[in-house]
Design a protein around this ligand. Structure first.
Ligand code: MSP
Length: 521
């Protein structure tokens, strides 16, 4: 079988503050998809990194009496620590202050835009929101303020370089309408098209400024042959998706192999940059566009945007120390629907944890393993043809007429597994997780139907078949769980101790865990 390549990116995170649960979601969602694709054998490259230039950073550094480089170094170290703690399996972490790996590519991209005749000098007179690191128009303000940052933008007038974004608007519109540039969820396509159409009437989609005059503290990538100008931070930042692969460097094998990205994951606040500016840069440089932008919503806490002033900022660390990392990964995988905003409170987290992890999965694993230990000293032999059907489904199956081998895989997992894969390949992680917990439910039902704890008194052979079915089901669960909850999946798989024989039969040499996988809270 030919291996396919899979390139997935997260946005690069501003190196001005600690990452919170919103950023954590972007990271975990991407990690699940990367791990899934690695697991099915795709040659996978997973990129994340830090966005280190721009006024926002310089000002934050000044507030702490630090130079920008020392400031970002300290923040990036914390960021990388958290990424490790989250068990994120990125292949590379790109830093935009990395001259060797990032700057050359950005400069090459600038030259490519220049060669296409898409860069010209002009005067920018208007508003700039430092929080967004973006030029914004009066039209976008609510009560004179930027809606994302609730702050009054700065009025600026300066000589800048401009990029002919307007030239590419019709082509981007066409690509979006034809689905050649896919955005998930689909509703976001209309949002971008609306922006383009508003631009056609002289709104936001004018040419954009892509440089800023050098500041008192020069902190950014210089515009080639123009010592007084620095590149606009989004121009520098978006390029990371290709510079990380070696674009603009001699060692560009990864660029040749992995670009265009299969999917770029991002939050809804930065859709405009990824769906307009980024494709326009790529079209201008005659580079292929990413296949898909996967856009997720925002996490709120108690119905309100997380903010330090309200005091409702939730940090990933708090959940990890109370419930364990995989419980947090579970929550983000299953309880969040990618396209929508979602609310998180400590109470909700606890409720879901107890219902689905301590009781649901954890309980199923421990009672199955305890029975295997008690009745068979952990050694349970069997194969897929010997498992009795789920009683609740017997009638359903009988109605289909004669079927060869009424096996557990057929009855229980046959439609769950393909559905799991369909959802994972469509980036619908929460639906894939639902499929796993559907199997947890089926296995619970299996215990209710056959009552192995009673059956053992009358029929040891039949009990072994039932237990084997349960262990087999758990094995399927551990495989499907691996991208979402890697440590738990590994633990379950070790506890099961499955050995596959020549004929495809499986013997389990299982163990009872010394403590529950998920302690009730
Ligand atoms: N540096 C830019 C991205 C440049 S990519 C070329 C940036 N950084 S960020 O640190 O502010 O955000 C990184 C990601 O975290 C974005 O996808 C953003 O949408 C996401 N989130 C930040 N706050 C969030 C929530 N409250 N909820 C969910 N995601 C949020 O933007």
């Amino acid at each position: 079988m030919d291996t396919k390549k899979f390139y997935i990116t997260t946005p690069i995170f501003y190196a001005n503050a600690e990452l919170h649960l919103g950023h954590t979601y972007t990271l975990i969602l991407s990690d699940i998809l990367a791990r899934y694709h690695r697991g099915i054998g795709d040659e996978t490259f997973f990129l994340t990194g830090s966005d280190e230039h721009g006024d926002k950073i310089v000002r934050a550094a000044q507030k702490q009496d630090m130079g920008p480089q020392a400031f970002v170094n300290a923040n990036v170290a914390k960021m990388q620590e958290l990424i490790k703690e989250l068990n994120v399996s990125n292949d590379l972490f790109i830093r935009t202050s990395d001259k060797e790996h990032h700057w050359q590519g950005v400069t090459k991209l600038w030259h490519a835009l220049e060669e296409a005749g898409d860069i010209y000098k002009g005067i920018y007179k208007g508003l700039y929101c430092v929080g967004c690191e973006a030029f914004i128009t009066e039209k976008e303000l609510v009560e004179g303020k930027c809606v994302n940052h609730d702050s009054v933008p700065e009025k600026i007038e300066e000589e800048n370089y401009f990029f002919k974004l307007s030239k590419y608007a019709p082509e981007i519109k066409r690509l979006l309408e034809s689905g050649e540039l896919k955005i998930t969820p689909k509703s976001k396509v209309n949002e971008v098209i609306a922006l383009i159409e508003a631009g056609e009437e002289g709104g936001v989609l004018n040419d954009v400024s892509i440089s800023r005059p050098e500041r008192a503290i020069p902190w950014g990538i210089p515009v080639p042959n123009e010592p007084n100008q620095l590149m606009y931070v989004w121009c520098d930042a978006l390029s990371n998706y290709i510079t990380a692969l070696g674009y603009g460097r001699k060692d560009d094998e990864n660029f040749k192999k992995f670009w265009p990205a299969n999917v770029q994951v991002l939050g809804k606040d930065i859709l405009r940059f990824h769906a307009l500016l980024w494709p326009a840069f790529l079209l201008s440089a005659k580079l292929p566009l990413p296949q898909e932008l996967l856009v997720h919503g925002f996490v709120t806490s108690g119905g309100k945007k997380m903010s330090k002033t309200i005091g409702n900022v939730l940090s990933p660390g708090e959940f990890i120390s109370e419930y364990g990392l995989d419980s947090l990964r579970y929550y983000l995988a299953r309880e969040v629907s990618t396209g929508e905003d979602w609310d998180l409170t400590r109470e909700k987290f606890k409720e879901v944890y107890n219902a689905n992890l301590a009781n649901g999965l954890g309980n199923l694993v421990s009672r199955t393993l305890k029975m295997a230990e008690q009745y068979f000293e952990g050694e349970v032999k069997g194969d897929t043809t010997s498992v009795p059907p789920l009683r609740t489904r017997i009638q359903e199956v009988e109605a289909l007429g004669d079927l060869p081998g009424l096996t557990l895989p057929y009855l229980i997992t046959s439609d769950i597994l393909p559905r799991y894969h369909v959802h994972m390949t469509a980036y619908e992680v929460n639906k894939a997780a639902d499929a796993i917990w559907e199997l947890v439910g089926h296995l619970d039902q299996f215990v209710t139907d056959y009552e192995p704890f009673k059956l053992i008194k009358t029929d040891k052979e039949a009990t072994e078949k039932v237990l084997w079915g349960l262990l087999y089901g758990l094995r399927e669960i551990s495989t499907m769980l691996a991208p979402m909850m890697p440590e738990t999946a590994e633990k379950i798989s070790e506890l099961l101790g499955a050995k596959v024989g020549k004929e495809g039969d499986i013997t389990f040499s299982s163990n009872v865990p010394s403590e529950p996988l998920f302690m009730r809270k």
